[in-house]
Design a binder for this molecule. Sequence first.
Ligand code: FES
Ligand SMILES: [Fe+2]
Length: 419
Amino acid sequence: MESRYGYEVPAEDVELTHVELGSPMGELMRRYWQPVCVSDELTDLPLKVRILCEDLVLFRDGTGRIGCLDPHCAHRGTSLEYGRIEAEGIRCCYHGWLYDTEGKCIDMPCEQPGYAERMDVRLPGYPVHEFGGLVFIYMGPPAKQPVFPIYDILDTRDRDDVVLRGMRMWDDSSIGFVRDCNWLQHFENVVDPWHLVVLHQQVGLGRFEGALLHGERPDISFERTSLGVRYRLVSNLPNGNLLERYAECVLPNIFLVSNIHETGERPKNKDRCSEVSWAVPVDDEHVRAFTIAAWPARDGIPEPDWRPRTDTTSPEGAPLNRASPSARRGERTFTERQRFPDDMEAQESQRPIAVHALENLTLADNGIVMLRRLLHQSIDRMRQGKDPMNIVRDPAKNTAIETNAWNTVIAPPLTDVGE
Ligand code: FES
Ligand SMILES: [Fe+2]
């Protein structure tokens, strides 16, 4: 036995985990459009958000334009989260300075007319892009701003069978809601399919409805894709069919998890993942996630809730103890959480920031190794002045960018019954 006496915990991998302004990963994340809220959350009240260790205030003015500004009024610092939204912008509650969505102060009611124009006060902020029911901001160097990437799932120009729907991926009503840990713990969980077998089937709540975990021990491998890393899982199902499944991490923080509710009953070829999700660092020790789903629709009208999703599922879509009356985060007792741990318990307890130097990675962790390596390489590219992976600049090439996550179900070949 090794004594723990004098045992010291090494530092975390700062390059991959810290996200404040000027940190390597913080700067990498800032090179991409990041989701900050759902469009419907911009109401008649301002919305304060925290992302990449920065506090910001978002609002939609009376004409529909969205502003994303430093929260502190340029006059004497009162937070605009207490401001009043008007037709032309947001007005500070303290002395009434009015800011438009670009951050320009356009009215100072305590001063003489024309004073605001002469002062030319501007509050810093970030560009905003609304897409698919989510609000995105770009926090990087202005000269490096990319176009918003249109992945195949999001390219619905020629489709009338789906509408795009933006949502927070989980909320407090989900016990699978992972929140209080570093973003990378949550992101790399997507290419950790073995935890589905253990945590979600053998140990934890184990409420998978689909065929994924009801076959034999699956064969799992990991592959580099055009956008990042994916796993390939092949499982012989009890009904004799074969399930081939892929889930993908798209650098730096997008993930695609194909339908976990696949029953495996009917053969199908490349049933593509219908959602694009983002694991967004709030700060170094907190994460939140957003999703745009290609939601089934009829004549442009979204179908009613067509499967358990936002408030009952984990990142992999595992239904979370829906039978339990105490399934909300924070409502389960510690003993319940010990008896039936889920993603939240597994990931948050890796420490607020997991310490890679203490890990003993195995072949089962190969997807995680590949992902971390690619993230380091992307940071290196950025340092060399090049665009990191998956930056899109050419609008002409920004259509239906191919993603790499789907389920395929193969029926066994018909056997020859003889003459
Ligand atoms: S602090 Fe905002 S107007 Fe004075
Ligand atoms: Fe999970």
